[in-house]
Design a protein around this ligand. Structure first.
Ligand SMILES: [Zn+2]
Length: 223
């Protein structure tokens, strides 16, 4: 029997492959990803916790409360649902969410420091401010979800959040864009850390981010 939502499943497999091929997964290959099902409070989400070799059948349909609608979810994966669902609830235009432990970005998360917006490529992806850090709380807990929501509300334009002492969340209008955003963030984090050995990163000219922000508000964000 054909799998439901086969086109979306293929897009998710392609996005996971992009993450693996560009080397932005941590050594374990840990990560999870989801897409919102069109017009429904449902998502297609990874049922496994290592995505380097994701297959279309390793995706299940769940609602935003974590109830499985179709497929079988590994019990250890259940705890990630709140982390994905809170982004869909807070950002109506978001269609895809990815969580990884991308090493350079996660270095900032471990340091509990925002990822500075200093790299031109970030602007192209709709990032016009530093990527904020959600405070740590036990994985899957209500407190950890609340900490993410707090940052989403404080930074309504930002298309990603760092998870303190943990990793990152990226979200966008489709799964490919969410994956590309992680690649750009990982490049930015790597270059920023390198720049710190030769005097440190420098901010954009004073009005550059405000000009980009106005442009986004006029023409809509990519995220
Ligand atoms: Zn994680």
């Amino acid at each position: 029997m054909a799998l439901s939502y086969s086109a979306l499943r293929e897009q998710m497999v392609d996005a996971a492959r992009l993450l693996a091929q560009t080397g932005v997964l941590s050594r374990s290959g840990h990560g999870n990803m989801s897409v919102r099902l069109p017009g429904k409070d449902l998502m297609l989400i990874t049922s496994i916790s290592h995505i380097a070799h994701l297959q279309p059948e390793q995706l299940v349909v769940v609602n935003f409360d974590g109830e499985v609608i179709e497929g079988a979810l590994d019990p250890t994966t259940r705890e990630i649902i709140g982390m994905h669902a809170c982004v869909y609830r807070e950002r109506q235009h978001v269609q895809a969410v990815i969580h990884t432990h991308s090493p350079r970005v996660t270095s900032f998360a471990l340091a509990n420091q925002p990822l500075p917006c200093v790299y031109e490529a970030m602007l192209r992806f709709g990032i016009v401010e530093d990527i904020p850090v959600a405070d740590w709380a036990p994985r899957g807990s209500e407190a950890s979800v609340n900490n993410i929501v707090k940052q989403l509300r404080a930074h309504p334009l930002v298309p990603a959040v760092l998870l303190g002492n943990h990793g990152l969340l990226s979200f966008s209008q489709d799964i490919q864009a969410a994956a590309q955003l992680i690649v750009i963030m990982e490049e930015a984090a790597e270059m920023t850390l390198d720049a710190r050995s030769i005097g440190g990163e420098k901010p954009f000219p004073a009005d550059a981010l405000e000009r980009e922000r106005q442009h986004m508000q006029r023409y809509g964000s990519l995220s």
